[in-house]
Design a protein around this ligand. Structure first.
Ligand code: Z15
Length: 836
């Protein structure tokens, strides 16, 4: 090894840990393998080599990371704090290599060491610290924040066990735990010196101080410690690395030893278990959170840690607490961190000695709230007794916020006690609850939905009373996804073809993909486009063969629906079409339809019986169809187990058709819809969530639309919806339903799928039957369109070329301008060093 280069004030020095030449990278990989991993090359496994490479890449991030941090402090930059219970980051290695501009150098270095880079990349187990759309959105936003050079920090929980792994046994979902830290995590740095304490339980005491001021002290029952683990988040060639700070809960020594020394061994062990449980496991429920106390503990834990950390860093940088909201802005990702409103009030009043009015001025100018759902069951409420015993001081503060809020409300709307009851932070109909969405609305400067329709429905429906009171608080920011991970990393074949025609600027500025439009009319380009698509499908075909043993034909249309399994997303509507086609083929052997492979992927919440039954129905239908020689040349059905970010990176590029078929008015935005279309898939979809805006962008003629609108859905329900009548009057639908009930897909068991079918026949709350015919007709059109390959390629290219608006860079720019009031970014960021 060469002598270390002496370091000056400039952190970016060209030495063996920062140089990006191929010989330096090779040397660094070997060096890290020996000194960090502790292995000789002769005996090192693929995992050891992955680790050595990951440390090599991390070394090249660190100067940027520390410089970025220093710059934010030095320039007193207003900083965004994105609080989220979930961050679904996906594997870091390939993304970091891309963002550093090291793709070619690392490929060269590893190949000269006889290492297979793609194989090493596959060794990384993904941090599955999220359920689905909400957690992945947070990850895309961190990527864009760093790319745009916005001073920002992500705050969340370092779950020891992330999203469960899904296996399929006998057609049913079986959950396995995800111990993602088993081989160590090369990206994170533990920062024990930045720990904080968080209290729970106990009671409060109040008194008047010598000046007659009312003071409150919280005497907690338990205290735990939060230890931050930091991960650098690189921008795409921006030279910036922001921080994702995740908190791990641990026992405080003092609480533990106090009990231990007084002979209360059980109490000591109990305190340790209590503390360590908090960050142990992610709740695997998307959209529906039931009143579990541990979940509230998790929410309060990470929110309190994060706010204390923000205050400490604010003060360490020399700023007065009174200016907190001028330098710190908080985005609440759903209501999960909304307890932060009460916690910041507590910290400002009880700990930092501010009066109520000043504390409220700061708090209400710090927070902003993003709502992600219209489903009533997903709006969080906590039973009052549980809330009060876990957070007694916060309940008092919420009562006081509520008293002031309601009296202002009564002034504005006299003699309207119904409105007061509807808007109160406390639900008093029967059992009492704290309404977290109301706390978030009252405590936030801005409230936003995640797609145009969703925001409109928030205003007209779910949060209508708040909209009437504060129309100026409401704003729409349509979701976006990062083109780095979802195109450049996951679809290198298409990326390369695009670069050959329009250069590579679009990766950092997706509006520029529009330059691709003119190639839609170029038949040579369309042929290239199809060849690339075919190659990507072959990749997925091999993966499907290896993992499921099912042989699919890469020449068939790949029709994909990957997302959480939920009734409102209507995977079973997709199934009804598959079964319709199956019945038609059985009746008319040799019927001319283009070959299709239906791909499903997604996890069901472990306690969501109907969702699990939908998986069982998919796998059961797959077994029958795939083994029926009369149809299996034209139809294949595949359920891909353990769908996750890594897997998504394989599926989005390979799809020809994207299924976005939720009941209109139920999917807040959807983001998978964007990932598919960017990769050139066409969409079959309802006028729901961001589908509406995607259709406008790509052109109505390049989108397969079906189904009722949100307004028609509401009207139909209001008028009285009778699914059984549709069943009676629609022959094809009746045959399909009857075939499920007959036991044809359950080895004669007529009861297995009864709960699913009865739900449809009796109530059908998501209107599958109402949309059935429209969906079937639309799918038939899709089939016809696919037979015209030239026409299909044109539509595909127009989709890819018109998705610029759906980059998360655009979303983040809107947040900066319309919500965060952040104007100083990019220009202050240090420049990226040269290198492709
Ligand atoms: C979640 O993934 C979403 C909403 C929620 O309320 C919860 Cl708890 C989890 C999803 C929406 O269903 C989806 O439509 C949206 O695209 C995504 O959040 C990101 O906004």
């Amino acid at each position: 090894m060469q002598e270390p280069t002496p370091k000056g004030h400039d952190l970016i020095v060209d030495d063996d840990r920062t140089s990006i030449t191929v010989p330096a990278l090779k040397q660094a990989i070997l060096d890290n393998l020996f000194y960090v991993v502790g292995k000789r090359a002769e005996v090192a496994t693929d995992m050891d080599h992955f680790m050595a490479l990951a440390y090599t890449v991390r070394d090249r991030i660190l100067a940027r990371w520390l410089t970025t941090k220093g710059d934010y402090v030095k320039h007193h930059m207003r900083t965004v704090h994105y609080l989220s219970a979930e961050f679904l980051m996906g594997p870091h290695l390939a993304n970091n290599i891309l963002n550093l501009g090291l793709q070619e150098a690392v490929r060269q270095a590893t190949s000269e060491l006889d290492l297979d880079l793609d194989l090493l990349i596959k060794q990384e187990s993904e941090p599955g610290l999220g359920n689905g759309g909400l957690g992945r959105l947070a990850a895309c936003y961190l990527d864009s924040l760093a790319t745009l050079g916005v001073p920002a920090m992500g705050y969340g929980i370092r779950y020891e066990y992330g999203m469960f792994h899904q296996t399929i046994r006998d057609g049913w979902q079986v959950e396995l735990t995800d111990y993602w830290l088993r081989y160590g995590n090369p990206w994170e740095i533990r920062r024990p010196q930045a720990d904080v304490e968080v209290a729970f339980g106990g009671h409060t005491q109040s008194w008047r101080d010598p000046f007659g001021e009312y003071k409150v002290q919280w005497i907690p029952g338990e205290v735990v410690k939060g230890i931050p683990y930091d991960t650098p988040i690189l921008g795409y060639r921006s030279g910036v690395a922001n921080t994702l700070r995740l908190w791990r809960s641990e026992a405080t020594e003092s609480f533990y030893f106090e009990r231990f020394n007084s002979g209360d061994y059980e109490g000591a062990v109990g305190a340790k278990v209590f503390a360590e449980n908090i960050s142990k496991v992610l709740y695997p429920n998307d959209e529906e959170i039931r009143g579990k106390e541990l979940r509230l503990q998790q929410q309060y834990f990470f929110t309190s840690c994060s706010l204390q950390d923000m205050i400490r860093r604010h003060q360490n940088a020399g700023h007065a607490i009174e200016n907190f909201h001028e330098l710190c802005v908080v985005q609440l990702n759903d209501t999960h961190p909304s307890i932060g409103v009460a916690e910041l009030m507590r910290l400002l009043i009880d700990i930092h000695g501010l009066g109520w009015d000043k504390a409220w001025e700061i708090t209400s100018h710090t927070f902003n709230y993003t709502n992600h759902t219209l489903l009533p069951e997903a709006l969080e409420r906590w039973p009052l007794p549980m809330f009060g015993s876990l957070l007694p001081r916060h309940l008092e503060i919420i009562y006081e916020i509520n008293a002031r809020f309601l009296s202002a409300l009564r002034e504005r709307f006299p003699n309207d006690e119904d409105r007061v009851a509807r808007m109160s932070l406390i639900d008093e109909h029967g059992e009492r609850y704290v309404r977290m969405a109301h706390l978030a609305c009252v405590g936030s400067e801005h409230i936003n939905g995640v797609a145009r329709l969703h925001t409109e429905l928030l205003k007209s429906d779910v949060l209508h009373d708040f909209y009437e009171l504060w129309p100026e608080k409401f704003i729409n920011v349509t979701n976006g996804v990062t083109p780095r991970r979802w195109l450049a990393v996951s679809n290198p074949e298409q990326t390369e073809l695009m670069i050959s025609k329009i250069g590579q600027d679009w990766i950092g500025d997706l509006d520029r993909v529009s330059q691709l439009e003119r190639y839609a009319e170029d038949s040579a380009f369309r042929a290239d486009w199809r060849n690339v698509q075919y190659a990507v499908k072959v990749r997925l075909t091999q993966y499907i063969a290896n993992t499921t043993g099912i042989a699919v034909d890469p020449k068939s249309m790949f029709d994909a629906q990957v997302k959480r399994i939920h009734e409102y997303k209507r995977q079973h509507l997709n199934l009804l079409y598959i079964l319709t086609q199956y019945q038609r083929l059985k009746k008319t052997p040799g019927l001319e339809i283009p070959a299709r492979t239906f791909l499903f992927g997604g996890k069901a919440a472990p306690g969501y019986f109907i969702a699990k039954l939908i998986i069982k129905l998919i796998t059961s239908v797959a077994e029958v169809i795939n083994n029926d020689p009369e149809v299996n040349q034209q139809l294949k059905v595949v359920f891909l187990p353990d769908y996750n970010v890594t897997f998504g990176q394989l599926v989005y590029p390979a799809a020809d058709l994207s299924e976005q078929i939720s009941t209109a008015g139920k999917e807040a935005s959807g983001t998978g819809n964007m990932k598919f279309a960017m990769n050139g898939a066409l969409t079959i979809g309802t006028l729901d969530g961001a589908n509406i805006e995607i259709r406008e962008a790509v052109g109505h003629e390049n989108f397969f639309l079906f189904g009722l609108t949100a307004a028609e859905v509401a009207a139909k329900k209001a008028a009285g919806y009778h699914p059984h009548q549709i069943y009676e009057s629609n022959g094809e639908l009746r045959e399909v339903i009857d075939s499920i009930v007959s036991g044809q897909f359950s080895r004669g068991d007529r009861n297995l799928f009864r709960p699913l079918v009865d739900g449809l026949l009796n109530t059908d709350p998501y209107l599958l039957f109402a949309d059935y015919q429209s969906y079937v007709d639309c799918q038939d059109q899709v089939g016809k369109a696919y037979s015209d390959q030239e026409g299909w390629s044109k539509m595909s290219i127009y989709n890819a070329a018109r998705m610029g608006r759906f980059s998360s860079d655009r979303s983040i720019q809107e947040y900066c301008r319309n919500i965060w009031n952040i104007t100083r970014f990019g220009v202050d960021a240090p420049q990226a060093p040269a290198g492709k």
